[in-house]
Design a protein. Structure first.
Ligand code: NDP
Length: 480
């Protein structure tokens, strides 16, 4: 079994304590995939020193040189698409077609970020006083800590690393413990692309290691994606030192179906957006809010599309839905199904795991649909992060919007309707960072992405807003 290392100051190095842990294939947990460093405080320290030392060298690389490295990286991602997609599927579980899409998407985001390096322009201003030139410049924030989750082991790190580097920062990446292999691969591609030593440092370790990293005053920017609980903890920890922070957190994304003429297409879009990645996406549609008079019909269409899902090992080309990422995640999902039954929701499909012995046969869970779910219930309000879709019936549009806004989250929302007035109301009233009309929750490689309420804080990622996350504005007055 391969033993992987941290990447610090341009070298692949073992953890100071010499300890490693194994990762496993969630479709076949007895299959160990590799050994990865269990980094401790001395490794965090070395990574920080490396990132700090490299600041000047990297910032002195002119923007077009930084762009060229990131463009090479984007091309290397495309060149190794098949190999990297296989790694994603092995360690995360998702279907191979989804993993391939993830790598392609990461390459597109890296290419966009490369362009941002040469678009780091400030603004000029006319002065109220004669003889003055007034303008702003964008400067790197310094050392950036990028902490990423397991659901998108390639796109999530790339979404942070590429724009942070483009803006002239040095980066320490702490990937999720469950999916460090993808992070190792990405780092090796950046090394091949010609990144100077120390500009990117890979630190593999636990959440504790992540906490130690973000607590260090040498870190001047933090970009975190993961649970709202950890996001809030990070925000509290760093509040006293005013570190720049970008948090992408959980969601409970509604699909409102109201006065909709094409329920079949709506159901198809909803099922795709709810069950991709086995529902383990922050932007997954995770509740359907439907006009009572259309609910029975919509339910039939949802069941038709649900029946087309093929759960199985992600490496099998027939598979459209892989396993859950871990035993823990499977227990969380099963717990929500139990809660739903206790709260008298009506289970209409799935509701159980698909293997007798998950430890040998994988953490597979059936695509699950509940109807007649109370808007106050845990199923309707909490992020489940699994293949469970609750349907909530409402009497009018006003109630639909109230229910949509009744959770702590505000990441993404969809509306399926032909009613233009409703579309306008939806765009205005729904508390959500991203809204979609007549399609499921999706994103593109150059368009801002983020949430409001407990779904996020700081500048949106992807697109031109990344500059707000990874640069500081400096205002210049010159008297000539
Ligand atoms: P976490 O939020 O715990 O983990 C995300 C990342 O943060 C991982 O790299 C993790 O490391 C790290 N981390 C954990 N604790 C700390 C800390 N105190 N300080 C700094 N970094 C830390 O997500 P989980 O993987 O535990 O998933 C739990 C739930 O979070 C899911 O069920 C889901 O509801 C939600 N989630 C949401 C995601 C999203 O995209 N919005 C993504 C993933 C999860 P390590 O992996 O080593 O623990």
């Amino acid at each position: 079994m391969a033993r992987h290392q941290n990447y610090i100051a341009g070298r692949w190095v073992p953890p100071a304590g010499g300890e490693y842990y194994e990762t496993h294939n969630p479709a076949c947990p007895s299959q160990a995939l590799g050994e990865f460093p269990r980094s401790g405080p001395p490794d965090v320290d070395t990574a920080l020193a490396s990132a700090q030392n490299a600041r000047e060298i990297w910032d002195q690389n002119q923007a077009p040189q930084r762009a060229a490295i990131l463009l090479r990286f984007s091309q290397l991602l495309l060149d190794s698409k098949d190999e990297l997609a296989r790694i994603i599927t092995l360690e995360q579980g998702k279907a191979l077609c989804e993993s391939t899409g993830e790598v392609t998407r990461a390459a597109a985001e890296a290419a966009f970020a490369a362009g941002e390096a040469v678009r780091l322009s400030g603004q000029t201003f006319p002065s109220e006083r004669p003889g003055f030139s007034c303008y702003t410049v964008l400067q790197p924030v310094g050392v950036v800590a990028a902490i990423t989750p397991w659901n998108f082991p390639v796109v999530s790190p790339v979404r942070k690393i590429a724009p942070a580097l483009a803006c002239g920062n040095t980066v320490i990446l702490k990937p999720a413990s469950l999916t460090p292999w993808s992070a190792t691969f990405i780092t090796s591609l950046l090394e091949k692309a010609g990144l100077p030593p120390g500009a990117l440092n890979l630190l593999i370790g636990s959440g504790e290691c992540g906490e130690r990293l973000i607590s260090d005053t040498r870190v001047r920017g933090i970009s975190f994606t993961g649970s709202t609980a950890v996001g809030i903890r990070i925000a509290e920890k760093v509040a006293a030192r005013m570190t720049k922070i970008q948090l992408e957190l959980g969601g409970k994304n509604p699909a409102i179906v109201f006065q909709c003429d094409d329920l079949d297409t709506a159901a198809q879009e909803i099922v795709a957006a709810a069950f991709l990645c086995s529902g383990q996406r922050c932007t997954a549609l995770s509740r359907v809010i439907v006009q009572a008079s259309q609910a029975d019909q919509l339910r039939e269409h949802l069941l038709t599309h649900l029946a087309k899902i093929r759960a199985g090992n992600g490496l099998d080309p027939q598979t459209t839905m892989g396993p859950l990422v871990s035993r823990e995640q499977m227990e969380i999902v099963a717990g929500y199904v139990r809660k739903g039954l206790e709260e008298d929701a009506k289970l209409v499909a799935g509701g159980k795991r698909l293997t007798e012995n998950p430890e040998t046969d994988g953490y597979f869970f059936a695509p699950t649909l509940f109807d007649h779910v109370s808007p106050q219930s845990a199923l309707a309000r909490e992020e489940i992060f699994g293949p469970v879709l609750p349907m909530i019936r409402v009497k009018d549009a006003q109630e639909a919007f109230e229910v949509a806004n009744s959770t702590r989250y505000g990441l993404a929302a969809s509306l399926f309707t032909e009613n233009l007035h409703l579309i306008n109301q939806f765009i205005q009233k729904v508390e959500s960072g991203m809204v979609h009309v007549n399609h499921g929750t999706a994103s593109q490689a150059h368009i801002p992405f983020g949430g409001v309420k407990d779904s996020g804080q700081g500048a949106f990622s992807i697109g031109p807003t990344v500059k707000d996350a990874f640069t500081n504005v400096k205002t210049v007055y010159i008297k000539c």
